[in-house]
Ligand binder design. Structure first.
Ligand SMILES: Nc1ncnc2c1ncn2[C@@H]1O[C@H](COP(=O)(O)OP(=O)(O)OP(=O)(O)O)[C@@H](O)[C@H]1O
Ligand SMILES: [Mg+2]
Length: 369
């Protein structure tokens, strides 16, 4: 599927992204060309919007997203169901045309050079495309031929990938006999058969049990060690925390935050949450705790004192000492550092798995008011 050439100026994009070292030129033919010096961003998305129009409904699946992906990183697109993650991946992998906006993948423009882009990327789509009637070896061979790996090199490469996934002893077994985790690992390395510069993994571990997920994570890290840039979508927070250098939160088609994990967590002004369980409490204890400069707020909820503090473990001894001074016992103590889920709740007012129906205000958001 060839996409018609569009003449797009990137000046605005460069201005916004502040990436002066990235240029787009107009070649002799008059078509725009992406020029990316090595070591810089490998994908640059410039105001991409995708609107699906059906008979009686219009969905803005991707809503004016601009971002860049750095060469060699594992980049996470995190968001609830229907956030627009797969649609953005499909646009970047040239399977879908944007309604407006553009993007460069390495030195190629998604509108002008879809064929070139396809030769430098590997894609593992959300829904499996393995042929379960074929063996693991045959699945890899079929795909290898599709991406034009020379016959002389193909057999060696297939065995390399099978060793990498520890599936060599199952090479000649039909994929239908594989577990979910084995299938996913096979599909991921299949996308890697031609040593792509960039690997797109759409929900690589969806539906897998915890052990299989960990195996797939190892696989992803191994491929990243081979200098492959990896873009993965997920709605598992732990997956993004474990794997991604930078994480983009998307919700209802919009980019709502993009940063490294530590910086995303700092978006929550409330900091850590300490919960102290008690049998009896004295107002003087609450007053004494509030006097500590490192504590943001103190609330009593049921039989618990809910304390928010910038650094929970640092202030905890002082809190315990106050209880001791009043000779009142502490029944339980817990410290909760903000997770990615908390950041998402703070930013959107809903949980990741609540999809689009929640306007539920989070405890953290209330706490910060
Ligand atoms: N081909 C299509 N035609 C019409 N609407 C579509 C199409 N593809 C996606 N959508 C809609 O666009 C929105 C975003 O879908 P998308 O698949 O990109 O979300 P996602 O973030 O990948 O979700 P999930 O986590 O469930 O995979 C949804 O509302 C979806 O129904
Ligand atoms: Mg999806």
């Amino acid at each position: 599927m060839d996409i018609p050439v569009q003449n797009i100026s990137t000046d605005k994009f460069l201005e916004k992204s502040g990436q002066k070292s990235i240029e787009r030129d107009t070649a002799k033919s008059g078509t725009p060309v992406c020029i990316t010096p090595s070591g810089e961003s490998i994908i640059r998305i410039d105001h991409i919007t995708k609107i699906f129009k059906e008979k009686n409904r219009t969905v803005t699946a991707v809503d004016d997203i601009s971002l860049d992906v750095n060469r060699g990183e594992i980049f996470g697109l995190l968001g609830p169901n229907g956030a627009g993650k797969s649609t953005l991946i499909r646009i970047l992998t040239t399977l879908l045309r944007p309604t407006s906006g553009t993007a460069c993948v390495d030195t190629y423009d998604i509108s002008n050079d879809p064929e070139k882009i396809r030769s430098i990327i590997g894609v593992c789509p959300q829904n499996s495309t393995l042929d379960v009637e074929l063996t693991a070896y045959d699945n890899l061979e079929f795909y290898g031929k599709l991406v034009n790996i020379p016959d002389s090199a193909l057999d060696d490469r297939i065995w390399q990938l099978l060793e990498m996934t520890e599936l060599a002893d199952r090479a000649n077994m039909k994929v239908q006999t594989f577990s979910g985790g084995m299938r996913r690992k096979l599909e991921i390395v299949r996308a890697f058969i031609h040593h792509p510069l960039i690997l797109f993994l759409d929900e690589p571990t969806i539906g897998l049990d915890p052990e299989s997920r960990r195996e797939v994570w190892q696989q992803i890290l191994k491929l990243n060690e081979e200098k492959t840039t990896i873009i993965l979508t997920t709605h598992y927070m732990d997956e993004a925390e474990k794997l991604c250098n930078r994480i983009a939160f998307v919700d209802k088609g919009r980019l709502i935050a993009l940063d490294i994990l530590e910086n995303l967590k700092r978006l929550i002004p409330a900091g850590d949450l300490i919960e102290i369980g008690f049998d009896m409490i004295d107002d003087k204890i609450v007053t004494a705790i509030r006097e500590n400069d490192l504590i943001n707020s103190v609330q009593i909820k049921e039989q618990k004192l809910i304390i928010s503090a910038k650094n929970g473990s640092k202030v905890l001894p002082a809190i315990v000492a106050i209880f001791e001074n009043f000779s009142l016992p502490i029944l339980s103590i817990s410290i909760h550092s903000p997770s990615l889920e908390d950041v998402f709740i703070y930013l959107t007012g809903k949980k990741l798995d609540e999809s689009n129906n929640g306007e539920k205000q989070s405890a953290l958001k209330r706490q910060s008011l």
